[in-house]
Design a protein around this ligand. Structure first.
Ligand SMILES: Cc1cc2nc3c(=O)[nH]c(=O)nc-3n(C[C@H](O)[C@H](O)[C@H](O)COP(=O)(O)O)c2cc1C
Length: 217
């Protein structure tokens, strides 16, 4: 039987949830101690997964030349995304730092092996994306474990998954789920950067909770 958490442990866990940040700037470039990286990856590996499928892999990238290529994929994608940003927000968009591919210590690509343990396993006959969702759970565990270790993680999604898959030699049954910039950072912001810069406010939780049916408060 597992022990319950004490009040102070609960407080710490909730502090962790609130203090996790997506980090794009302030990476120091220092090496991540091996044991720390192992802890972060092990936290990911303890995520829930549909049918206990554990569909994830973690590709750790240190090589700067490779990362430069990936950075150019980001630049191309950002240029493309800019066209879809409303005119009044384009200036703010241009000023945003949306990745830390080269300044972070390492990058980690988290992938989902869609064929692990067979075509459709337990829990995926009706909702086939559950393996992808499981992999996202692993990413969240990494993010939280990293914050506890003062390691910043920034998720870069402004990048073509197809181009990334090609660059990383992924087999066709493996999908990119997350491309992460990982490393020690100078500090963590109190609030999301996008909130601080006026891009988007945190919504009121009370407005998001319905009872019994959609829209019923
Ligand atoms: C699936 C996903 C993709 C994201 N992609 C990017 C990205 O490409 N660039 C970026 O700057 N932030 C990205 N973010 C980070 C969000 O902007 C960030 O989580 C949000 O603003 C809230 O801030 P916080 O994570 O610090 O609480 C992504 C986050 C998620 C969950």
């Amino acid at each position: 039987m597992q022990a319950s958490f004490t009040e102070s442990q609960k407080e710490t866990i909730h502090r962790l949830f609130r203090s996790r940040r997506d980090v794009r700037q302030g990476f120091t470039g220092e090496e991540i101690p091996k044991e720390t990286l192992e802890k972060i990856l092990l936290a990911a590996h303890h995520a829930p997964s549909v049918g206990f499928m554990q569909p994830w892999n973690f590709i750790v990238l240190e090589d700067l030349e490779k990362r430069k290529k990936i950075h150019s994929l980001f630049q191309a994608a950002k240029k493309n995304e800019r066209q879809h940003i409303s005119a009044e927000k384009q200036e703010l968009y241009d000023s945003l730092k949306l990745e830390g591919i080269l300044e972070s210590s390492i990058n980690i690509c988290v992938t989902c092996d869609r064929s692990r343990h067979g075509e459709t396993g337990l829990g995926r006959s009706q909702q086939s994306n559950m393996d992808l969702f499981s992999t996202v759970c692993a990413v969240q565990n990494m993010w939280l474990a990293a914050r506890a270790e003062d390691i910043g993680i920034g998720w870069v999604s402004i990048i073509s998954a197809e181009a990334l898959a090609k660059e990383l030699n992924l087999p066709e049954y493996v999908e990119v789920v997350a491309y992460l910039c990982v490393g020690p950072v100078e500090s963590f912001f109190e609030e999301p950067e996008l909130e601080q810069l006026g891009w988007q406010e945190r919504l009121d939780i009370q407005e998001l909770i319905y009872f019994e049916t959609w829209g019923q408060k």
